[in-house]
Each structure stands twice: as C-alpha cells, then as structure tokens.
Design a protein around this ligand. Structure first.
Ligand code: NDP
Ligand code: OXD
Length: 308
C-alpha cells in the first residue's frame, strides 16, 4: 500500500504524533504538512488552516484529534473528504471524573470547608437529600452517556436531553426542543456536553438557565460559545444560580481580566476536562483508516448538515 498521511495540528507538539502514526501505520508515508506538499490520502488534523483543505481536495478523510468538530466545520472541505471525530479514545472516563468531581464539590459544600479551614472553623454543614439535586445532562452522545451513567451510579436522579430520545438505565430521557423546558425545570445541576452547532450556540442563556431549579449549578465542559457569559454572571448575582464550574470559554485562553477568574462562585479550569490521549487516539485513527481502506464502515463520521 503506497499511502500518504498528512499531519496538521495547531498547538500540538508534532514529533510524538508523527512517530506514533508511523509506528501504527508502517505501510504509510506520514509527514508534517507544509504548504505545497505532495497530495496525501488522509489527514490527521486539529484546527488546520483553510489552505490545508484548499490544497488537498483529494483527501479521502480527515481525522480530527478531538471529539468536537466545530472548528473543522467552519472550513471549506471537499464533499468527497469524509470527516471523522474521535469517539471516546480515553476522553469519556476523564469527563466522568471531572463532572463527578465538580458535582460532589458543589453537593458536599467542599469549597465552604476549604474556606472554613483558613479560619480554623469547625462547622458541620447539612447534606441535602440527593433527591433534591437532580442532574440534567445536555447531550447524551459518546461522552454525555458515559457521564450520565457515572452520575446515576452515585445515586443522583439524572435527566438527559438530546435530539433523539434515549433509553439509558437510570436516566430520564427528554428529547428535542419541545421537551427542553421540562428538562430544565426538572434539573438543579446542569452539565453541558453538546456539540457547538447553530442550534446550541448561546443556548445557555438567561432564559434557559432561569428555568433550572433555584440555587442551580452549571458545569460547562462542551464549548464556551454555548454560554452567554454575562447572563450567567447576572444569575449568580441575583442568587438564582449558586455557582458554576467552567472548563471552556468564548475566548481561550480566558483573558486575565475576565470576571470569571476571581468570581467567588466560579471554578475555572483551562479546557482540560477530557484531554486527547495520544496513544489511544493514534490506535483509533489507524484502525479506522485501515478499515476505510478495506471499504468497511467506521464509527464517528461527522454529519456536516447536523454540525456534529
Ligand atoms: P456526540 O456527537 O457523541 O454527542 C452529542 C450529543 O449532543 C448527542 O446526544 C446529540 O443528540 C446531542 N445534541 C446535538 N445537538 C443537539 C441539540 N440541538 N439539542 C439537543 N441535543 C443535541 O459528542 P461527544 O459526546 O463525543 O462530545 C460532546 C462535545 O463535548 C463535543 O462536541 C465537544 O464540543 C465537547 N468536548 C469537550 C472537551 C473538553 O475537554 N472540554 C473534550 C471533548 C469533547 P443525538 O444523540 O440525538 O444525536
Ligand atoms: C475536543 C476537545 O473536542 O478537546 O476533543 O475539546
């Protein structure tokens, strides 16, 4: 097989990826893309420049080294180039750890105990009944379903919202725009795990967040552009929202003067809730690439019309 694979990933240390891809695909010629390169058969990409696709309309597929494809779908890509996202590849377990940590930190008041310790203050706080802390997960895809199962295993009531109805043990399924209000009204902690699309941009706003139960808590681990940041700040101010853990932001890195950094009710992390794991990702990409070469179907094909 005389196959060429072109690697083009912004903000990524390329050499270990090139070494890993070469080891996983010894039959292929794997190179770091530069403008004017010979045409490749496949791309392995993360936020490539438009020129990458303009110069390579022959690509059979481009493998995104992440789950979210919003940045990729902003580019013009030849209709014959299939786009493939990572399915899990080690991200689902990380996402479950992150969300369960944020949920338990809120539920058990761990921030208040940390504060008490600074004052040597011995004060035991009431633990609310879990039944009063229903967790709503927006997006029940590869990551959302795994997170929903992990939260359900902690015995919290779990609601899930997606485009199509789901049957997941321990999860009450709500589907489509018609059931969004009922989903929000039934939830106190909201976890966002939807892809960024035209339908989900700005969806976490004053109107939707106000429908959550009073004293609500937001965990956004999907994309910053889904949250109207001023609306969250206003709802934290008026007490409707008790707090938020935010891993993603409209502008990343989060500017040093942004109100979230020093907000007493906001926990900020730098887009780390589920990091791309190189070895697992390379294994998955190589497996799918070889399956495509054999003419087999692969999971994780992006539906450009749906936007994810
Ligand atoms: P999937 O594509 O597997 O799942 C997306 C889910 O969202 C599906 O359940 C889908 O519904 C639902 N959905 C999409 N649009 C809507 C809508 N308009 N209304 C209701 N539900 C909708 O994605 P993943 O689970 O793999 O990843 C989710 C997102 O997490 C990624 O797109 C990415 O942005 C983000 N992410 C963030 C990371 C981080 O480190 N912060 C790391 C990895 C991912 P249906 O099932 O009916 O199609
Ligand atoms: C992803 C991400 O989409 O890291 O995989 O945000």
């Amino acid at each position: 097989m005389n196959m060429r694979v072109s690697f083009c990933c912004a903000d990524t240390h390329a050499q270990p990826w090139l070494d890993g891809l070469r080891a996983a695909l010894p039959q292929a010629q794997v190179s770091l893309w530069k403008s004017g390169d010979a045409a490749a058969d496949y791309g392995v990409v993360w936020v490539p420049p438009q020129a990458f696709f303009d110069q390579q309309p022959q690509l059979k597929a481009a493998f995104n080294i992440g789950a979210g494809v919003d940045a990729l779908l902003r580019l013009r890509v030849a209709p014959t180039t299939r786009l493939v996202r990572l399915d899990d590849a080690g991200m689902a377990a990380q996402m479950a750890e992150y969300v369960c940590h944020a949920l338990l930190r809120f539920y058990r008041d761990f921030d208040a105990y940390a504060q008490q310790q600074t004052q040597a203050l011995w004060l035991q706080r009431k633990v609310p009944d879990r039944a009063e802390v229903p967790v709503g997960i927006m997006g029940l895809g590869v990551l959302g379903e795994h997170v929903a199962r992990a939260v359900a295993a902690l015995d919290f009531p779990v609601n899930g919202w997606s485009r199509s109805a789901k049957q997941i043990e321990g999860v009450r399924s709500f589907a489509g725009n018609d059931q969004l209000n009922a989903f929000l009204a039934a939830s106190k902690v909201l976890v966002c795990l939807m892809p960024l699309t035209a339908d989900t941009r700005d969806l976490l706003n004053r109107n939707t967040l106000s429908q959550l139960q009073r004293g609500a808590y937001l965990i956004n681990v999907a994309r910053g552009a889904q949250l109207v940041e001023e609306d969250l700040l206003a709802l934290l101010e008026n007490g409707h929202m008790a707090g938020a853990t935010l891993d993603v932001f409209r502008t990343e890195p989060l500017p040093a003067d942004h109100a979230f950094w020093k907000h007493p009710k906001v926990v900020v992390t730098p887009h780390i809730s589920a990091r791309t794991l190189r070895a697992q990702s390379i294994r998955q990409i190589a497996g799918k690439l070889l399956a495509m070469e054999r003419g087999e179907a692969v999971a994780g094909l992006v539906d450009s019309a749906a936007g994810y």
